[in-house]
Design a protein around this ligand. Structure first.
Ligand SMILES: Nc1nc2c(ncn2[C@@H]2O[C@H](COP(=O)(O)OP(=O)(O)OP(=O)(O)O)[C@@H](O)[C@H]2O)c(=O)[nH]1
Ligand SMILES: [Mg+2]
Length: 252
């Protein structure tokens, strides 16, 4: 029956970098079950980031970029011989398992769901995007634009919901242009350009070169060495060529 496994030989193009984008399934329902703060819940974001760190340790990607319920993973070294089905299924299940565990271990979330018996396991979907060097910068810029739109709309939606129903709030937002949304928020004392950077621009995990002080017992002298350590950037700049040049260099 092996011949019926018609997709199992699909492989990532040779020599290409790839991004795997995982997206939480039905996280609107999860947000409601966990009684998440709106539009952003710091405890939930921390749980997402801890899950991404676990992934980083296990699979050593070049970069992880996360916002809302999506996780973008950049890979230089392609695992599993580039087998597409294997990469997609292993990565999305790893993130799903890691986040499920984080949620169940958290006291606040456990209280919200009143016991693990009624809690449905979390799942993520996953897709693979092959990219060349220019393509990868354009890709991450695009995702960061989406994080920003998400931030703007998220704040505006939840402010409107204080007064309007779901449908009404969505309809009002549909008709508004970006400067009008800024104004709406400003009128409610939210200066969207000053909300925390992680809400506007997402969070990145990558290797950073740090200096470590040590001691050489043979020479009996203090020495400084460099190490590459995973680093979580909660205050990302706007993505550009230079940002990716640096993080890719730190991976070498
Ligand atoms: N309240 C709250 N909700 C969040 C937070 N992070 C993610 N979410 C929820 O996650 C959803 C992500 O959007 P989508 O991926 O489009 O929606 P989804 O419900 O996951 O639907 P599918 O991905 O199509 O299965 C948002 O609409 C929010 O409801 C958070 O910090 N706070
Ligand atoms: Mg989703």
């Amino acid at each position: 029956m092996k011949e019926c496994e018609i997709f199992s030989n699909l492989r990532v193009p040779c020599g290409s970098k790839i991004v795997i984008r995982c997206d939480g399934r039905n996280f609107s329902r999860l947000a409601s079950n966990l009684k998440l703060e709106k539009p952003y819940d710091l405890d939930f974001v921390k749980a997402m980031i801890t899950s991404c760190h676990e992934f980083f340790q296990e699979f050593s990607p070049s970069f992880i970029y996360t916002f809302s319920d999506e996780v973008n993973i950049l890979l230089d070294d392609i695992p599993f011989n580039g087998r597409l089905e294997k990469i997609n299924s292993v990565f999305s299940s790893f993130i799903s398992g890691a986040l499920t565990r984080q949620i169940l271990l958290d006291k606040r979330f456990s209280n919200s769901i009143e016991g693990s018996e009624t809690f449905k396991s979390i799942s993520f979907d996953s897709r693979i995007i092959p990219l060349n060097s220019e393509g990868l910068v354009a890709y991450f810029k695009d995702r960061q634009d989406e994080a920003w739109r998400n931030c703007l709309n998220g704040y505006a939606y939840w402010i409107l919901r204080q007064k309007y129903s779901k449908n009404e709030a969505t309809q009002i937002l549909d008709k508004k242009k970006t400067p009008e949304i800024h104004e709406l928020l400003y009128g409610r004392n939210v200066n969207i350009t000053e909300v925390p950077a992680w809400q506007r621009r997402g969070v990145g995990i990558y290797r950073k070169i740090i200096k470590v002080a040590g001691y050489n017992p043979l020479k009996k002298e203090e020495v400084t060495t460099t190490r590459r350590r995973p680093f979580t950037n909660w205050d990302l700049p706007l993505f550009d060529d230079e940002f990716f040049r640096k993080i890719l260099k730190n991976n070498q």
